[in-house]
Structure formats: C-alpha cells, structure tokens
Design a protein around this ligand. Sequence first.
Ligand code: DC
Length: 227
Amino acid sequence: MIVAIDGPAGSGKSTTARRVAERMGWLYFDTGAMYRAVGLAFIDAEQPFSSEAAARLMPGIGVDLDPTSTGLHVLLNGEDVTVRIRTPEAGHAASMVAVLGEVRSRLVEAQRRIARREVEAGRGAVLEGRDIGTVVFPDADVKIFMIAELAARARRRYDEIKAGANGDTPLLDVISDELAERDRRDAERALSPLLPAEDAVLLDTTALSVDEQVERVLGIINERRAR
Ligand code: DC
C-alpha cells in the first residue's frame, strides 16, 4: 500500500509519517531529504541553482535512502549526508533546486522505483513530501494533506532546532518568516506546486498532539484497508 502525506513545512508530516511507518512495519520515505541532498550537491560543487547547472550536475548525482535500525540514512554518491542535510542552508538550497525540472524528474523517477519495490515485496511505503499525491503517486491508496497555522508550525520548528542546537537558536520570528518564504516558493512554483490532491483528506494539525496525528492517519489507513 502507498500512503502519500503532503503539506507545508512544519505541518507535522515527518514525525507522523515516520511513526505511522514504524507502526505498520513499512518504509518511511522522506522525499524532502532527497531534494536536500541534491541542494547540498549544488552547494558542494559551488554551482548556482539554475537549469544549466542542473543539466551539468544531475547525471553525476546519485541519491539513495538506506533504512537502518537507527533510522533513515541519506546517501549522496555514497556519502552519508543524513546530518548535513538538516541545516537551514540545505533547506534553502532544497527549495531552490526543487523548482528545476531536471531535478524533479530524476527524483520523482527514483521515488517511484523505491516505493514500488516495497509494494512488490508485499510491504507498504509512507511517502512524505509536497507532490506525492498529485504527481509521484496520483493513484496512492491513501492521500493526506496536512496543514497547520503558521504560528504553530514556526513554534514546532523552533522547539526542534532548540532541542538539537549546540549554539544559538534563531528567533521565533526569523523562523516564522523563513517558513512563510519557503511555503510561498513551494506553492508558487510552476512545476508540481504544493497543492492538495482533489481526493486528499485534509488534516489540520494546529491543535493536535503527535499521538493524535498518528492515530488519525492510522485510522484513515485502516478504513481504506477494510474497504
Ligand atoms: O520537507 P523538507 O523541508 O525536507 O523539504 C525540503 C524542500 O524540498 C522544500 O522546500 C520543498 C522541496 N520538496 C519538494 O519540492 N517536493 C517534495 N516531494 C519534497 C520536498
């Protein structure tokens, strides 16, 4: 079974998708991590975020996901970049390369291949991203579009960064502005903009705890399986 969870940054997709996949014994597939790894490859190569650079670089970029007992590892040409892709710079680079057709077509193809492999092996995959229900798997068995008010999303991101930070934590206002800016770029781009699929279930997580989000999604999956 393919479960598509889309939505803006900080809507609760990652935590929920990971926990749902764990509960089902399925693959947790963070597609944003792939865009982040490609963004990092552009930074490392000191290339601009342009289609010309993408045409030059993409044939030499290999992004793989390695699900291990310690979580999902992201490999960029064999190098483990799981930690490096979580910086704000990598997040910014990801949203810049995500507008490029060369980048999207290659990553979408890889995402379909990896998820289909799971289904063929009799398992399922929970894919989390921006265009899973609309472009990557328009026939997904379950489609969920998670939303939450900007203030709630900024607060979650702030708490996450604070929990993992060694040094200074950015101000809440700065995080909120950055989130709004990324949402705008993701929603306004011409290719695969952030949009709910027509048949997606909208889930507003503003007032929901993580446990509640997970239970809601599991409920939707079980309902679908019973049909
Ligand atoms: O979910 P995230 O913050 O790790 O995503 C990083 C960027 O990648 C985000 O700006 C949008 C983009 N992205 C995308 O365009 N399509 C996806 N399926 C996943 C992420």
